[in-house]
Design a binder for this molecule. Sequence first.
Ligand SMILES: Cc1cc2nc3c(=O)[nH]c(=O)nc-3n(C[C@H](O)[C@H](O)[C@H](O)COP(=O)(O)O)c2cc1C
Length: 210
Amino acid sequence: MDIYHAPDTLRIRPSILYFGTPVVLITTRNLDGSTNITPMSSAWALANRVTIGLAGGGQGLANLLRERECVLNLADESMREAVERLAPTSGRDPVPAWKQGHRHEADKFALAGWHALPSLQVNAPRIAEAPLQLEARVLDATEHPLEAWRDNAGGYVTLELAVCEVHAHADIVVPGTSHIDPRRYRPLFYVFRHYYGVGPALGRTFKAEV
Ligand SMILES: Cc1cc2nc3c(=O)[nH]c(=O)nc-3n(C[C@H](O)[C@H](O)[C@H](O)COP(=O)(O)O)c2cc1C
């Protein structure tokens, strides 16, 4: 009879639990009509709903709560360097004291070197370079107080969004369909504060459409 040896495990207390989610660039409209870009990765989708989590005190969050709409631009591997140029910045002026290491940046499109495209149903523009651009409206927002193990002095907010329009680069769409071709879509992932691309394909689910 085979004896199973379970892998050794350790009890640990990590400061963050970013176990690997795609990098989303949220475009929102500032009060003066200009655009902010918030890089983030705490996002998941179910049907046409996307739930996101944002730390309190950021400009993107303030814009979302005021304007109730945004574009979720999915970053691909080629956008990594530009994403990291945006990483130490905030559209908030002045930057909250607890966001140490961040500086204010008013023009994140210029800093990233990306181009803005008008959206169809929301006021915030899309990022032309992003292979998937999801126009969305805020359905619900829930504030969560500071948790003891977080270093974020402002707590965080989860928002449920309804996607109302989807734009995809033509080269990741299966011709003549609305299906994304996962062989061509190269999302950028955020894994325990490191960037990763997708590895080789490992197989399909019984529900795969292409
Ligand atoms: C790859 C990446 C992923 C991030 N994920 C999140 C996230 O999921 N939630 C969040 O609140 N901040 C996240 N951040 C941090 C925000 O981008 C950061 O707080 C930024 O200053 C917000 O900009 P804003 O104040 O202009 O909205 C992430 C940053 C990077 C670079």
